[in-house]
Each structure stands twice: as C-alpha cells, then as structure tokens.
Write a protein that binds this ligand. Structure first.
Ligand code: ADP
Length: 603
C-alpha cells in the first residue's frame, strides 16, 4: 500500500512536468469534473424533494405544488452537469494532447543532442515506439483518469455530507459498499500483491516480446528445417505467464474482485439490511413518509456510486499504463548527450590523429579500442584492416563523433573533436557507412540531403560522378522518382552508389568509409570503386576494406587486432614483414588463386 501511495503522485508529477503552461488547464479540468459530479448529484436531491412533496399531500397528489419546480431544477442540473463535464473533458483533452506533443518535442530535441552511435544501438522503430507510442499512452491518464479521480473524490465527500442531510444509516450503507469496493481494489494492487501484479505484467511483456522473436525467427526455422522446439524461449515465456496469471488472478484476485464487483454493481443490496432495520422504528414513530422518501433517494442514488467506482477501476489501469509509458519515454529522455563545447576551435588542416585512444562501449567490460595512436596526414588515404571485431568500425566512427573516446584524444586538424563545433565537424567529414539509409523521397532529395542548397545540375553531376547514370536511366521519372514507392526498390549496391553521390555532393575534405563494398556484386563493386576514386580526390580518407586488393594503393595501412593497433605501414612494408598483415595478404592471395584455378578447371 505504501509503495503505491508513493509512486502514484510521482507519475502524475512527472507528466504534469511535461504539461508546461497547460498544467493549469489540467487543474481547471479536474475542478470542473468535481463540479460536474456535484451538479450530477443534485437531480437526486430534487427527486427526494419531489417525493417528499408528494408524500406530504398523499393521496391528493394534485395538491403537490413543488413538483414542476423540482423537475426543472433536476433537468437544469443534470443538463448543466453534462455541459460542465464536457467542458472539463475539453480542458483535460487539450492539456493531454499538448502534454503528449511536448513529450514528443522534448524527446526529439533530446535525441538530436544524442551521439550518432546511439541510433545504431536503438533502431528508429524502437525509438518511435518508445517516444511516440509512450506519449500516446499517457493521454488516457491526463484526458480522463485524473478528472475522474477528482470527480470520485468529490462524490465521496458529498456522500458524507448527504449522510447528515438525509438518513445517515442508509448513507452509511451506500458508503460502506463504496469503501469495501475500493479496499478490495487496493488489496489486489497494493502491498505484497503489488509485487505479484508486477511479476504478472512483466511475464505478459516477456511473452509478447518472445512472441515477436518467434515470428521473426520463422524464416530461420524454415530454412534450417528446425523444429518448433528451437523456440524454447517462447514456450517457457508462455508457461511462465500462465503460471503467474494463475497465481495472481486465481490466488489473489478471485475473492477481492468478487467483493469489488458485488459492491460496485450491487450498492442497492447494501441498502436492504439498513432499510429492514429502520422500517419498524419509522412505522412506529410516524415518520414513515420521510423514511420512504429517503429510501427512494438512496435507491436511485446507488446507481451513481456504481458509475463512480467503475471510473476508479478505469483510473487505476490508466495509472499503470501511464507508468509503463513513462518508463519507456524515460529511456529516450535519458539518452546520452553529446557534449558541445562553449569555446569552439577551428581545425587548421584536414589531418586526423588518434592519440592513445581507448574506447569501451556502454555496458561492455572489454575495450573495443585500446591505446591506439595513429596519424593520418592531410590528403592521405589510410586503410584500416584486421580481423572481424578488431575495432575498425569503432575507430572510424569515433572521427565523426558517433561516440566520444573513453580516454586519450582524437584530433582533426590539430583540434580535439570535442572542441570543434559539431556543425563544423559534420561539414568537414563525410561518411559512407554500412547501413546506408535512403529516405522515402525522390533520388534528387535523397542526394540533396547532404547539401540542401545544391542545384539540380550539381545533384546530376554528383550522381554521374558516383556512376549512377544506369540507375537513373531505368527509373520512370529519372532523379524525380520516389524511392520505396510503386515497386521502386534499389539493390544494396545501387543504394551505396546513391549514398556515394550524396557524399560527393557534400564535398567534404575528410571522408570516412566503412565497408563501402560489403553489399556489392562484382558489377556494382567496379562502379563503386570508380565512384570512390572521384570522391577521394584531394581528400583525407580513412577507409575500412575487407578486400585487401582495394587497400594496396593506400598511403598507409593500419592493422587493428583485438582493439590494438598491431602494425602500421605501406602495403610493401607490411607484406614483406612477418606480421598479421602479411599472413592476411598470403591468405587473400591463396583464396584468389584458388578461385582462379577452380574457375579454370571448371572451364
Ligand atoms: P570491426 O569493425 O573490426 O569488425 P568493431 O569495431 O565493429 O570491429 O567491433 C570491435 C568490438 O566492439 C567487438 O568486440 C564488438 O563486439 C564490439 N562492439 C561493436 N559495436 C558495439 C556496440 N554497439 N555495442 C557494444 N559492443 C560493440
């Protein structure tokens, strides 16, 4: 119980923190909801007054003078209550939508400050789901639940007041039903049962995640002819959910939920014993008329108690939904921020220097790079080679600050990258990485993304330089063809050539290339090599190449193994020494010769 008490205000406080100036609209909505609830109770009082009026003149009903007045009053307050509740919901909805919009804006603003590497580890779909989906899920709490909670509190307070106005014994029995229902709800969700409920919910989450993995893995199962037993995780997630669901719903909720529903739906039943107790004394004291009118009031009034209690149930689930949504939103809001210097310095040239750089990924125990020192002179081409996992991608991605070094320093033009204005650094460095993303827009706009003020002619000449003429020719609307629509899809190699056109158009003096030929077929690879030559003219280049043939002409080759720079030199120097590179070179040549000889034998 203590735990729930502490947490609820925090979620609301956190949400209201995002509401900004719309916070007051939420409070106004809550106030109006309370007013609407009180106004909605007045028609019941009018019924009571009318019944009292009638009983006073019985059996000469026509003598009752106030009926019409009470009728109009009841109608006025009922109608007014609806209007006020409508206004309350208008206020809370506007505030809820604005708050959700603020969450999205703040989340986006925060993500813009995150290092680029953050987006490698957190896919766009995942981030969208966390931020956009999370923001949408907070709407129910702000738009409905808070107003309903305040309305229900107003109802409880009014009930206590009414108890003294009418018959306290009948009032008390209605209140008892409400209290028993709320107590049953708290029993299910509070104290030690809160832990069971959380376990049940997280088992549900795990099951749904395992379900997604299961569906994703179906192609693998089909290709490798595996049986469903390979999806043990999904099976055990279902079993775990089933056990927890049975433990929580069967073991904890069965009795309190029965109590809760009985009390919510059957408030009227609680009146019966009170009425049976009071009736004899009312008959003997001659106040039977009052007794009947009070009974009529509470009999009708019990309906609103049920509605209000149902709203509390709804509010509790809204709170839980908002809590999980906020936890998801927090993962975006807590994303690391790329530090921006207050005193930016301008790089003096286009050289790059790794000075004793070490880097460890978040959550990893082993460094991906360890004490790497490497100098790339302006205009030089340096190739990073080495076994997979050696740290090539990591080293390359530190240059455009996908991540910041853990220790040591990385300099561009003699200035630590942390001291360069990020915009200046981005202008200076163009990168073509493995997973090139093209936007779902025209080829023209896709290429122009790197330099929005470029003219159509400049884009065309960049595409020409990137060997994209054949791609443009086969597309129905040339460079105005939308990618990803009406069956216009490009192969991996074609996408890379478009990405190269983007980099060529950007015309940056420093180029970082990662696995630029990974997706390419031989025909594409030849074209990519040509495009690269154009791109690299006069630039400082750091490139990762898997095919050693492409690094032979590099000014310098840096061999990374296990995060350490193990060799450095030209192809001639390294291939004639007895190191890792010469072993790799021999293996590469053997593979090439093997291919050639097997091709000859086949011919
Ligand atoms: P290479 O490009 O030479 O194949 P990487 O730079 O990709 O090597 O990886 C170097 C090491 O860092 C590897 O051990 C790899 O598992 C680890 N690593 C790479 N990317 C991440 C990441 N996003 N999070 C955690 N560890 C990573």
């Amino acid at each position: 119980m203590k735990q729930t008490k502490q947490k609820k205000p925090n979620e609301i406080k956190e949400l209201l923190g995002y509401a900004g100036k719309f916070k007051s609209l939420t409070f106004l909505g809550m106030f109006l909801s309370a007013a609407a609830m009180i106004m909605g109770m007045i028609p019941y009082i009018c019924i009571w007054l009318a019944a009292k009026d009638l009983i006073k003149v019985a059996p000469n009903w026509t003598e009752a003078s106030g009926i019409e007045k009470y009728g109009w009053m009841a109608f006025g307050f009922a109608f007014g209550g609806i209007i006020v509740y409508f206004c309350a919901l208008m206020c809370t909805h506007i505030a809820a939508f604005r708050t959700a919009a603020n969450i999205r804006k703040q989340g986006m603003a925060h993500m813009m400050k995150a290092p680029l590497g953050f987006f490698d580890n957190n896919g766009s779909g995942l981030l969208r789901n966390r931020l956009d989906g999370g923001a949408a899920e907070t709407e129910t709490l702000l738009a409905h639940n808070l107003a309903d909670i305040v309305g229900t509190i107003a109802m409880f307070v009014s009930m206590i007041v009414l108890m003294f106005v009418f018959d306290w014994r009948m009032g008390l029995s209605c209140l008892l039903a409400a209290v028993a229902s709320v107590a049953a709800m708290f029993f299910m969700m509070g104290g030690k049962n809160a832990k069971l409920m959380m376990e049940y919910q997280s088992a549900q989450d795990t099951m749904s995640k395992a379900g997604t993995e299961y569906v994703r893995g179906i192609p693998v199962v089909k290709v490798f002819q595996q049986t469903v037993y390979s999806f043990k995780a999904f099976k055990s997630a279902i079993e775990d959910y089933s056990n927890k669901a049975e433990k929580y719903t069967g073991g904890v909720c069965r009795v309190p939920q029965s109590v809760n529903l009985t009390c919510t739906e059957g408030v009227f039943i609680f009146l019966v014993p009170a009425v049976l107790l009071i009736a004899p004394s009312a008959l003997s004291s001659g106040s039977f008329g009052d007794f009947i009118t009070n009974f009529a009031f509470y009999a009708v009034f019990s309906a609103i108690v049920s509605t209000a209690l149902a709203r509390i149930m709804f509010a509790a689930s809204g709170l839980m939904l908002a809590k999980t949504a906020l936890a998801r939103i927090d993962t975006v809001m807590n994303a690391p921020v790329l530090k921006v210097t207050d005193n930016p310095k301008t790089p003096t040239d286009n050289g790059i220097e790794f000075k004793n750089v070490s880097f460890t990924y978040d959550g990893s125990n082993t460094p991906a790079l360890e004490n790497v020192s490497l100098k790339v002179l302006p205009g030089q081409t340096v190739a990073l080679v080495g076994p997979s996992g050696g740290g090539k991608t990591t080293a390359a991605s530190l240059i455009p600050r996908f991540w910041d070094v853990t220790s040591g320093a990385l300099e561009v033009g003699g200035v630590n990258v942390k001291d360069i204005d990020p915009h200046v650094l981005m202008e200076r460095v163009a990168f073509v990485f493995q997973n090139t993303r093209l936007f779902k827009t025209s080829i023209l706009e896709n290429v122009r993304a790197s330099r929005p003020d470029a003219s159509r002619e400049e884009v065309l000449s960049a595409l020409h330089a990137a060997q994209c003429d054949d791609i443009i020719e086969k597309l129905p609307e040339g460079i105005d063809t939308m990618i990803g629509s009406k069956g216009t899809y490009l192969s991996g190699g074609e996408q890379q050539r478009i990405a190269l056109a983007r980099a060529i158009l950007k015309n940056s003096p420093i180029i970082v290339l990662d696995e630029a030929t990974a997706f390419a077929d031989p025909e594409n690879e030849a074209m990519i090599q040509k495009a690269l030559k154009t791109l690299m003219v006069g630039c400082t280049v750091v490139m990762i190449a898997h095919r050693l043939s492409t690094v032979v002409g590099a000014d310098k080759i840096a061999v990374l193994d296990n995060g350490r720079l193990v060799e450095e030199g030209t192809h001639e120097q390294l291939s004639s020494s007895d190191g890792l590179y010469s072993r790799m070179w021999n293996e590469y040549n053997q593979a090439v010769n093997w291919k050639i000889s097997s091709a000859k034998e086949g011919a």
